[in-house]
Design a protein around this ligand. Structure first.
Ligand code: 13P
Length: 255
């Protein structure tokens, strides 16, 4: 069964307005209409650049995502950014549950589920991140770790809401380290995740859910990862900050 292929660039906290403008303009001109039909392309810039990146990508196939959102809709939450604000900047997606949010900002499953619900209530699609630490993989508990992360969050949604979510499997030990999950490791855990979805919802819903890989994915390893049966694209960090690398990764989806 065919499902959506997605390449998303998570810029994290990098770049100035000028750099964001340049990077987006380069990607837009390199991508053109070429990828129409085979993959969705999403850019996730920092909050202050959402509107500009959205304007620059308006007439392209590229969509825009936030990297985080508030769990509340409005009010006295200094420094927070609501899903309504994100949507009003033209973004269509939001990344929730990134390991950096979980670890550095102590975001736990209950708050992540609240964020997911806030995003869906504002018609944003969710890129929900899961993944085990190095220590958890060494202990051999990586399957149960990702199961718990999903069972406590998006597997509690209605089937209709779940369909608006994309999963990004990002082993923490592979993020920004230059270490990548081997194709066998990636396929094994993506397949496991799909099986879990089937057991909670249905086989059809599991087959339609896009599961992205993230963690030191680059122009050298993307093609091999994207060729795997249960890998439906990538959530790219470092390599999404260089237009040429990012577009090479996008093209690896096609080849
Ligand atoms: P790197 O591609 O830099 O390892 O980052 C992956 C990531 O965290 C994307 O969200």
């Amino acid at each position: 069964m065919s499902r959506k292929k997605i390449i998303a660039g998570n810029w994290k906290m990098n770049g100035t307005y000028e750099e964001a403008f340049k990077l987006t303009s380069e990607i837009v001109s390199m991508v053109k209409d070429e990828v129409k039909g085979y993959a969705e392309i999403i850019l996730a810039p920092p909050f202050p650049f959402l509107t500009s990146v959205n304007k620059l990508t308006e007439n392209s196939v590229i969509q825009v995502s936030a990297q985080n959102c508030a769990s509340e809709n409005s009010g006295a939450f200094t420094g927070e950014v609501s899903c309504a604000m994100i949507a009003s900047c033209g973004a269509t997606h939001v990344i929730i549950g990134h390991s950096e949010r979980r670890t550095l900002f102590k975001e736990e499953d209950d708050v992540l589920l609240k964020k997911v619900k806030a995003a869906l209530a504002n018609n944003l699609k969710v890129i929900f991140c899961i993944g085990e630490t190095k220590e958890q993989r060494e202990k051999g508990i990586h399957f149960s770790v990702v199961e718990e992360q999903l069972k406590n969050t998006i597997l509690r949604l209605s089937a209709d809401d779940f369909r608006k979510c994309v999963i990004a499997y990002e082993p923490v030990w592979a993020i920004g380290t230059g270490l990548t999950a081997s194709p066998a490791q990636a396929q094994e855990i993506h397949h496991h995740i799909r099986g879990l979805i089937a057991s909670v919802f249905s086989d059809t819903i599991a087959q339609q859910c896009s599961i992205l890989y993230g963690g030191s994915c680059n122009e050298n390893n993307a093609a091999e990862l994207f060729a795997l049966q249960d890998v439906d694209g990538g959530l790219i960090g470092g390599a999404s900050l260089k237009s040429r690398s990012f577009v090479t990764i996008i093209k690896a989806m096609k080849d």
